[in-house]
Design a protein around this ligand. Structure first.
Ligand SMILES: [Zn+2]
Length: 328
């Protein structure tokens, strides 16, 4: 995840409180049957990516991780489409990028799009000691992908949901200018020097006229102590999806992680999917009210496996799985 869209990110609106206990218990009974997530499995998918090294475009680790994601989606029964494309970076470097898309149940008309970015930012520009260093991106990148690989595993081993699923791993989300710098003028039609994969996909969908009922983006979903507030752009674009996801989290007993409060808006791949691909998409992303918008590990060498909590990964994965299996 890169940076903020609106400056007033810490402007939390304290909305309605959690529903009373009795109501929550009653709702629990009505949850549709859904496969059970294995938090250890989700964790192992994050670890596997980090072991390749930082997934910085144009590196061997990036290539190997892309191959691993393609292989793993196929292993879990997805029809995989890859988009290889080139994008110019803000510093005039040609980047060789790759969106990886796994589709399930292509015959189903009603589809849900799940996405995360799989690349790693090329420098730890918020690291106080070494702002030019590379970093592992265990949370920023690998966590969302790890959760979606666990979803893929469950889709391949469980009863089919009623909806088709497309899992997109966007590349080039976390490229872009260093903090405090501004790049050269953007090429025509390009919105930012980051979010490169989602911009490419929105202009060149993997299937002509592809659309989805809605989408859920995951970004930084595995850090210890994570809180997921209702991100402002998600609330603006797709309020009913936000409410459905947060209500489902509450019914699963995760209302301390999925906090029923609105937070400021950020720019992430979901903004491109909403604006350019015209698919309503929300973002589940970690906010930290103490350290400003994101956690203190953000874009620093502290974003490594020590940060990752398998219970948080498991909770996010279970919420996503429950939302998908509750669709009629
Ligand atoms: Zn980032």
């Amino acid at each position: 995840m890169n940076r903020i869209l609106i400056v007033s990110v810490l402007f939390f609106l304290f909305a309605c409180g959690p529903s009373n206990k009795k109501e929550t218990e009653e709702k629990k009974v009505s949850l549709a049957p859904a496969p059970k997530v294995n938090p250890d499995s989700a964790f192992s998918f994050v670890e596997a990516q980090v072991k390749f090294g930082p997934r910085i475009p144009n590196t061997i680790a990036h290539k190997k991780t892309g191959d691993y994601l393609d292989f793993t989606l196929k292993k879990y029964g997805a029809k995989v489409t890859e988009q290889h494309f080139e994008s110019m970076s803000y510093e005039g470097k040609k980047l060789f990028l790759r969106n990886i898309i796994g589709s399930y149940f292509p015959e189903k008309q009603k589809r849900v799009l799940l996405a995360a970015h799989w690349d790693t930012r090329p420098f730890a520009d918020k690291d106080k000691e070494k702002p030019n260093a590379e970093f592992d991106g265990a949370n920023d990148g690998a966590s969302g992908v790890g959760v979606l690989l666990e979803v893929a595993r469950l889709l391949s081993t469980s009863k089919q949901p009623n909806v088709g699923i497309d899992i997109i791993f966007f590349d080039g989300e976390d490229y872009g200018e260093k903090m405090g710098e501004s790049g050269p003028p953007l090429p025509e039609g390009q919105e930012t020097w980051w979010l490169l994969g989602s911009q490419y996909w929105a202009a060149h969908k993997h299937q002509p006229n592809y659309s989805a009922y809605y989408g859920i983006l995951l970004d930084m979903v595995g850090a210890k102590g994570s809180k997921f507030f209702k991100e402002g752009a998600s609330v603006e674009y797709a309020p009913s999806i936000v409410n459905n996801v947060w209500n489902t989290a509450s019914q699963l007993g995760h209302s301390s992680i999925f906090v029923n409060q609105q937070a400021g808006a950020i720019t992430d791949d979901h903004v491109i999917v909403n604006e350019k691909a015209r698919i309503p998409m929300i973002d589940i992303v970690h906010y930290d009210p103490v350290y400003g918008y994101f956690g203190d590990y953000h874009h620093s060498r502290r974003d490594n496996m020590d940060l990752i909590d398998k219970e948080i990964l498991g909770a996010v994965a279970q919420v996503v799985v429950q939302v998908v299996y509750s669709e009629e």
